[in-house]
Design a protein around this ligand. Sequence first.
Ligand SMILES: C[S@@+](CC[C@H](N)C(=O)[O-])C[C@H]1O[C@@H](n2cnc3c(N)ncnc32)[C@H](O)[C@@H]1O
Length: 267
Amino acid sequence: MSQAYRIGAGMRVDRASQYGEGGRWPADALTVPVDGLRSLTKLMKVENMTKDRLARETAIEESRKRFGIEVILFERDFGINSYLNRAPELKNPEQLSGARILVNRYHLLDLLPKEGRVVEVGVDRGHFSRRILDSAKPDSLTLIDIDLSRMTDENREFLSRNPSVEIIEGDSAKTLKSLKGKFDWVYIDAHHGYDFVKRDIEAIYKKIKLDGYLIFNDYTMWSPANMMNYGVMRAVNEFLNDNQNWVVTHLALQGAGYHDLAIQRRA
Ligand SMILES: C[S@@+](CC[C@H](N)C(=O)[O-])C[C@H]1O[C@@H](n2cnc3c(N)ncnc32)[C@H](O)[C@@H]1O
């Protein structure tokens, strides 16, 4: 049994109560190691951190370490990429040679073709849909989401009043497959699991006009906010490696690593 440490009255730092004695993690797995606590206590003095904050940061840190070990053991037993979705490197540097880095995705919206045929896949509250309308002034904007109840009433009202906007409730890949004609650009931001993103790409890439774009939100393999796997980067890099006529044109940065990547169809 590892040593637990009592920081202050009623502030024992272990998570046994949260996970339960019969829970997946043993009750002593998340207690604070005494050495670590000494240095944290020092830090607390330096930074004048409150005891409550110290206890809670320590609990997060211990969970993080435990999580890292679980992932290593899982991938040792079930194989590389059985839990995480590492993306393959791009094989051809030429596909990146004309790419620009932008401060954010709103700047990207300013640069994408105006008055085109546009789709946003994954709409959520509808705030970004309105930004697309304002910036790109599309001739037609198709909005697809599996659950439109997430859209705010104000955005729903505003968007449905616009004759160039079509709103469709349904699964992304199924709906994309059903769309007729070609598109100037499609913003893909629905389910971020690897298989889902792959399905979305397969459903639409042949319907992108020459010099048109696919844009991927959350071009990453990990969501730090949700502590979960994203398969966007893996699906996109695999697609680029298999389709050399597509090139990366823009990487739009986002402060938590949820960057956007724009790729363009060339001849
Ligand atoms: C991250 S949000 C979209 C955010 C929006 N594009 C923006 O930038 O504000 C993801 C959305 O995808 C939707 N979604 C998840 N899985 C889906 C699927 N299989 N088909 C369609 N939409 C899906 C969710 O309902 C959610 O509203």
